[in-house]
Ligand binder design. Structure first.
Ligand code: FAD
Ligand code: PYC
Length: 405
C-alpha cells in the first residue's frame, strides 16, 4: 500500500470449521470473543470455536459509542458492571493489545426534580457498594466540562449531574481484535462468514450441534451471544425469550481539536456526547420508538438528538456531521441482561444487553465463560437468569440504562 503497511502478519487465524468441537460460541462480537478467550485462558478449553455470520466485530461491538461506567442501581448489577470495570483497568496489558481505555469521567445530567432524586439515589447506592459516583452542582458540572451550557434559560436547564470518574471510553474495534488475537493464540478457532441456521438436538432434547452455512458442526455445548439476532437464533432451539429488538442510532461530527474532556449523557433529552481520539464528536440518541430489524432508523430521532446537543453544547452548532449508523439492540423488560442456562440442556445464552453492553464486555465474557465451561453460573451472573421473568425477581435498571429505551 502507499502507506507502506505491507507484509504484516495476520492477527488471528482465519479458521475453517472443524466437524466437531467441545463447545461453540455463536457470535464474534466483543462478548462472544471475550467468552472464548476466558474459556481458553481460565478454563483450559482449547477445542472450541466462535462462529460469526459476518465479520468479527461487525455487529454492535463495532457500532457502539464506547461509553464505559458501572453506576447501576441494584447490587446484582453493581457487581456485574463493576467486575467489568475492574477488568477494563488492565485489559491492554492482559491482552497485550492497546484497547485505549480512557477513564475520563462519565457525567449524567439531571433536568428535572425526578432526575435529581433518581440520580442522587444512584449515587448513594453506588457509594454504599464501594463504587465511585458523586453529585455535582451545575457550576461543578461546568467546571468539569466547560463547554456545557448551564444557563437557567434553556428549555431543559441542568439542575445537577452525577459523575463517575472511572467511567470513560475505550476503542471498540481494538477490544474485539484484542480478544480475537488472544483467543486465537490459545487455539480457539474463529470462523467468520459462518451463519448458524439451525440448532440440532438429540433424542433427550439436549444440544447435539449446529447447522451452519459452512456445514454441520457437532457439539454438546453452545453459547449464544448474538446481540440483535438473539430471538431468531434461540428460536432455532425452540426457546422463546422476553426480548424486543429496536434500532439504536449514533453519529459523528467532522474532527476538531480537543474540546470535550469527558462523556456527558442526558437520558431526559435523549442525547449524549464524547470526543474520540481522532477528534470526532461521538453523539448518540435514544432507541427508535418502534421494534424493527432495520439498521437505518428514523431520521427524526437523529435530528431531535442534534437539537438537544446544540442546546447543551452551543459551540458545536456549526459543525458538520460526517456519518451516522444504527445497530439493533435486544431489550429485556427490566433492562438487565440474561446470562445463563436455558431450558435446553447444553444451550446457554448471553443477551438482552440493550443499549448498554459494551461497557460490560470483559465482565460478561468472563462470567459467561465460567457458565459455559462449568455448566453452572458464576456467582455474579447467577441472578441474571431467564427464569426471573417467571419468578418476578427482576433487576429493574430502566433508569441506570441511561439511554432512553
Ligand atoms: P455484537 O457485537 O452485536 O455481536 C453479536 C454477533 O453475533 C454479531 O457479530 C452478529 O453478526 C453475530 N450473529 C448474529 N446472528 C448470528 C448467526 N445466526 N450466526 C452467527 N453469528 C451471528 N453499550 C455501552 O455500554 N456503551 C455505549 O456507549 C453503547 N453505545 C451504543 C451505541 C449504538 C449505536 C449501539 C447500536 C449500541 C450501543 N451499545 C453501547 C450497546 C453495545 O453495543 C452492545 O450491548 C454490545 O456491543 C453487544 O455486544 P455483543 O458482543 O453481544 O454483540
Ligand atoms: O450504556 O452508557 C451506556 C450507553 C451510552 C450510549 C449508549 N449506551
Amino acid at each position: 500500500s502507499f502507506a507502506g503497511h505491507q507484509g504484516w502478519p495476520a492477527q488471528w487465524r482465519d479458521a475453517a470449521p472443524k466437524p466437531a468441537y467441545d463447545a461453540v460460541i455463536v457470535g464474534a462480537g466483543g462478548h462472544g470473543l471475550a467468552t472464548a478467550y476466558y474459556m481458553a485462558a481460565e478454563h483450559g478449553l482449547r477445542n472450541i470455536a466462535v462462529v460469526e455470520k459476518g465479520w468479527l466485530g461487525g455487529g454492535n461491538t463495532g457500532r457502539n459509542t464506547t461509553i464505559i461506567r458501572s453506576n447501576y442501581l441494584w447490587e446484582e448489577s453493581e457487581a456485574l458492571y463493576n467486575h467489568a470495570l475492574t477488568l477494563w483497568q488492565d485489559m491492554s496489558q492482559v491482552l497485550n493489545y492497546n484497547v485505549m481505555y480512557s477513564p475520563r469521567g462519565c457525567m449524567m445530567l439531571a433536568h428535572n426534580i425526578h432526575d435529581v432524586q433518581v440520580f442522587k439515589r444512584h449515587v448513594h447506592a453506588n457509594r454504599l457498594a464501594g463504587i465511585d459516583n458523586e453529585w455535582l452542582s451545575p457550576d461543578e458540572a461546568k467546571a468539569f466540562c466547560p463547554i456545557l451550557n448551564t444557563s437557567e434559560h434553556i428549555r431543559y436547564p441542568i439542575l445537577g449531574a452525577t459523575l463517575q470518574r472511572r467511567g470513560g471510553v475505550a476503542r471498540h474495534d481494538a477490544v474485539a481484535w484484542g480478544y480475537a488475537r488472544a483467543a486465537s493464540a490459545l487455539g480457539v478457532d474463529i470462523v467468520q462468514n459462518c451463519e448458524v441456521k439451525g440448532i440440532t438436538r438429540d433424542a433427550s432434547g439436549a444440544v447435539s450441534g449446529l447447522d451452519t452455512t459452512r456445514g454441520p458442526i457437532a457439539t454438546k455445548r453452545v453459547g449464544v451471544v448474538a446481540a440483535g439476532n438473539t430471538s431468531h437464533v434461540m428460536a432455532m432451539a425452540g426457546v422463546r425469550l422476553p426480548l424486543e429488538s429496536y434500532p439504536l442510532q449514533a453519529l459523528v461530527s467532522e474532527p476538531v481539536k480537543p474540546m470535550m474532556p469527558c462523556v456527558v449523557m442526558s437520558n431526559t433529552i435523549h442525547a449524549y456526547m464524547s470526543q474520540s481520539d481522532k477528534g470526532e464528536l461521538v453523539i448518540g440518541a435514544g432507541t427508535d420508538a418502534y421494534v424493527s430489524y432495520s439498521q437505518t432508523g428514523g431520521l427524526h430521532i437523529a435530528t431531535h438528538t442534534l437539537d438537544a446537543i446544540c442546546e447543551l453544547f452551543p459551540m458545536v452548532r456549526r459543525l458538520r456531521m460526517l456519518r451516522s449508523w444504527g445497530g439493533i439492540v435486544d431489550v429485556t423488560p427490566d433492562r438487565s441482561p440474561i446470562i445463563g442456562k436455558t431450558p435446553v440442556p447444553g444451550l446457554f445464552v448471553n443477551c438482552g444487553w440493550g443499549t448498554g453492553g459494551f461497557k460490560a464486555t470483559p465482565g460478561s465474557g468472563n462470567v459467561f465463560a465460567h457458565t459455559v465451561a462449568t455448566g453452572e453460573p458464576h456467582r455474579i451472573n447467577a441472578p441474571f437468569t431467564l427464569d426471573r421473568f417467571r419468578t418476578g425477581r427482576l433487576i429493574d435498571e430502566a433508569a441506570a440504562a441511561a439511554v432512553a429505551h
